[in-house]
Design a protein around this ligand. Structure first.
Ligand code: M3L
Ligand code: AKG
Length: 446
């Protein structure tokens, strides 16, 4: 049952000197909304609205919890989402914010079953703010649908690795496969797509393009490589590579990376081993490390080292290829924390592509090396490392901001294909296949 009320037109009583006296403004009758489905505690939710000289004072009451927020008039007007103010096809703001009078005020405020309607002074523009929009700013429960429950893992993940089947993923008209795949990457940081045709790289490319378009870099777009140093990078060799993230030298490191081992032939003259999986004989095993899990261990065991790796900004570079010298827009730390939450947002770790450790005012290179040694030691712990022999048909896709990868040395002609995908394009695909668009818009628009 809803109750609504119309606030009498906002009266402005001028006083000497013309400064409007803040007349006592009646509170709009609280609006009691039945507990909405999924309301965390299932309790009633009352919202009171009071028009103040400089904004709408909103009070949200749920059980014993009362939250207040004042929504400034100008802020409300700027966030009008009517058909005139927002381009309905592109969802872009469709007016000049700064053409709105700075001291805009409502002429009339009315609560309705679905929200608050405001008629503005001046041009008489009318805005409507759904309760969902208003309650979002009451800081009652800022758990956004995008708050992810991370599943941290070590070598134990081998028992039950996250996977989807190629057929489920690629089923036409069915988004459940891509929804599950993107959600597994968000929760675990990686996923296998089993049963992917491997006679050619085409099916692998289709799998990746099911997520989003492929990111072009100086290595090209979709990559298909063997150890022939076609590009001046150790990935194009057969040497062992320790756990690392890729593209540490970009301001915006690749969000996803993928590998599909299409074939692995023994060196000429050496017969493929009779063993079930010749690859085991030839090496080239893949390594995955959950960087967030490793960082949690470091924080637990050596918080000072964690602080150093999250504070000291380092140079990173890719300079091996003729005429190409890539480095990020600024120096970045190994562990990048979210400025707002303090939570770990990104791991940037490739000791081979790291530049010279700087001398900074508060942390010496010796201190940084001691912290990095601790970090490196954690990455190499047997219970932290997940070693897996990739096989043709298994596409590995992982979050390059969280999961490090590497490989053991190998012999012979090992053919790998895959691609990078931008972080934001991956997150967009995850959002749009796992959450209702309305919930997404209320997150991304703010
Ligand atoms: C493109 N492909 C994935 C084959 C190789 C890329 C080389 C990656 C580089 N070592 C880095 O850490 O960024
Ligand atoms: O060959 C592999 O298994 C991994 C290569 C690698 O680390 C890379 O391309 O970044």
């Amino acid at each position: 049952m809803f109750a609504g009320a119309v606030l009498r037109s906002v009266s402005r009583s001028a006083t000497a000197g013309g400064t409007p006296r803040a007349a006592t403004r009646p509170i709009l009758r609280g609006l009691s909304t039945a507990a909405q489905p999924g309301q965390p505690d299932g309790s009633r939710y009352d919202v009171d609205v009071q028009v103040l000289p400089d904004g709408l004072q909103i009070k949200g009451i749920r059980g014993n919890s009362v939250k207040r927020e004042k929504l400034p008039h100008f802020w409300l007007r700027d966030n009008c989402r009517c058909q005139k103010c927002v381009h309905q096809q592109t969802l872009q703001r469709n007016f000049n914010t700064f053409a709105i009078s700075e001291d805009i005020k409502p002429d009339q405020v009315k609560t309705e079953p679905d929200g608050v309607r405001v008629k503005w002074d001046g041009d008489g523009h009318e805005s409507f703010y759904p309760w969902k929009f208003i309650k979002h700013y009451l800081r009652h429960d800022h758990r956004s649908p995008e708050d992810v429950e991370f599943h941290y893992w070590g070598s134990d993940i081998a028992v039950n690795r996250p996977a989807v089947s190629y057929n489920d993923l690629m089923a036409p008209e069915n988004e459940s496969g891509i929804a599950r795949l993107t959600n597994l990457i968000r929760e675990y940081g990686f996923v296998f797509v089993d049963g992917t045709p491997f006679g050619t790289p085409d099916a692998t490319k289709r799998v990746l393009e099911k997520i989003a378009f492929i990111r072009e870099t100086h290595y090209g777009g979709f990559y298909d490589f063997i150890p022939d140093l076609a590009m001046a990078d150790t990935a194009y060799t057969n040497i062992a590579l320790p756990a690392h993230t890729d593209t540490t030298y970009f301001s915006d490191p690749a969000g996803l990376q993928a590998f599909h081992m299409l074939s692995h032939e023994a060196p000429p003259g050496q017969s493929a081993s009779a063993s079930a999986s010749p690859d085991e004989e030839l090496g080239g095993k893949s390594l995955l490390v959950d960087g967030f899990h490793a960082a949690n261990i470091l924080l637990e065991e050596d918080p000072a080292a964690y602080a150093i790796l999250s504070r000291v900004r380092l140079p990173w570079h890719a300079s091996g290829n003729e005429g190409i010298t890539i480095s990020p827009d600024k120096r970045y730390p190994v562990l990048e924390l979210d400025g707002a939450t303090g939570k770990l947002a990104r791991v940037r770790w490739n000791n081979d592509d790291r530049g010279v450790v700087p001398f900074t005012d508060d942390v010496s290179p010796t201190q940084w090396y001691a912290a990095a040694r601790k970090w490196d030691g954690i990455l190499r712990r047997p219970d932290v490392e997940y070693w897996v022999q990739l096989k043709p048909g298994q596409v590995l896709i992982f979050d390059n901001w969280r999961v490090m990868h590497g490989r053991s040395a190998f012999e012979g002609r090992r053919r790998m294909c895959g691609a990078y995908i931008n972080r934001d394009d991956f997150i967009s695909r995850w959002r749009n296949t796992n959450f209702p668009r309305e919930a997404i818009l209320s997150q991304v628009v703010g």
